[in-house]
Design a binder for this molecule. Structure first.
Ligand code: NAG
Ligand code: NAG
Ligand code: NAG
Length: 211
């Protein structure tokens, strides 16, 4: 009980802003393959504001750190003092690095701002990140995304994909690199939606690029 309380409180700033709207803008995609527990999606070019987190050791801490910076950005810490629309999800990418992991936390830049979103304050150390069209395999899970369950969710996705893609001439991207997408305010204790994302390349249908 106590542990749960602490976790909820620590996360309470995180996604707190997502509390009041069910209709946040999210990156558009089309589904090119669908199964009960796995979906392959085609995302066209996307623009993200991204926060790299240096020297982090945990998914939860990195997400807090990165989100905190992005939160300030959308709340006016930018060259135009503009308040921007918050979007969903908060996307945390983990990649194996020579020493430990690299974490990048991203927020989708809505189409309205595409091309020229306001410059973030330099001290936030944020960067615009343009994604080329790509296909991503996605597995949903509920509850809270945490250090002690995300790896299991990733493994479950990889093992399903190995079956689904078998013989389809597609390759999983680097299996040690994956992302966790969180859609809900931490104040929502139930009905939560999270996803694990992994790159797929060379999937032969649906317009997925072959690189
Ligand atoms: C930010 O301000 C500059 C200078 O006033 C303006 O040219 C630019 O269009 C603004 N950008 C946005 C995204 O509002
Ligand atoms: C996913 O694929 C894109 C496009 O091929 C590539 O730039 C990116 O580094 C990949 N991301 C990961 C986490 O593997
Ligand atoms: C969590 O976010 C998803 C996606 O936006 C939404 O469908 C769901 O209703 C949200 N859950 C709660 C409890 O608000």
């Amino acid at each position: 009980m106590e542990r749960k309380f602490i976790v909820v409180r620590e996360l309470s700033f995180l996604l707190a802003l997502l509390c009041c709207s069910d209709a946040l803008e999210s990156p558009p995609f089309t589904v090119v393959h669908s199964e009960v527990d796995v979906e392959i999606r085609l995302y066209k070019e996307l623009l993200w504001m991204s926060a790299q987190v240096q020297g982090a050791t945990s998914f939860e801490k990195s997400t807090e750190d990165g989100f905190h910076r992005l939160y300030q950005y959308v709340h006016g810490a930018n060259a135009n003092s503009s308040r921007l629309m918050i979007t969903a999800p908060i996307l945390t990418t983990m990649a194996q690095a020579p020493r430990g992991s690299d974490y990048t936390v991203r927020l989708y830049v809505p189409e309205k701002h595409e091309g020229a979103p306001p410059q973030p304050y330099a001290e936030l150390d944020l960067h615009l990140d343009k994604w080329k069209t790509r296909c991503i395999a996605v597995r949903r899970f509920s509850g809270f995304a945490k250090d002690d369950n995300i790896n299991k969710e990733k493994e479950a996705l990889v093992s399903r994909l190995n079956k689904i893609l078998d013989g389809k001439n597609a390759v999983l991207g680097d299996k040690s690199s994956y992302a966790i997408a969180q859609y809900n305010a931490s104040s929502h204790l139930s009905g939560r939606l999270n996803e694990v994302w992994i790159n797929v390349s060379g999937y032969a249908s649906g317009g997925c690029p072959s690189y």
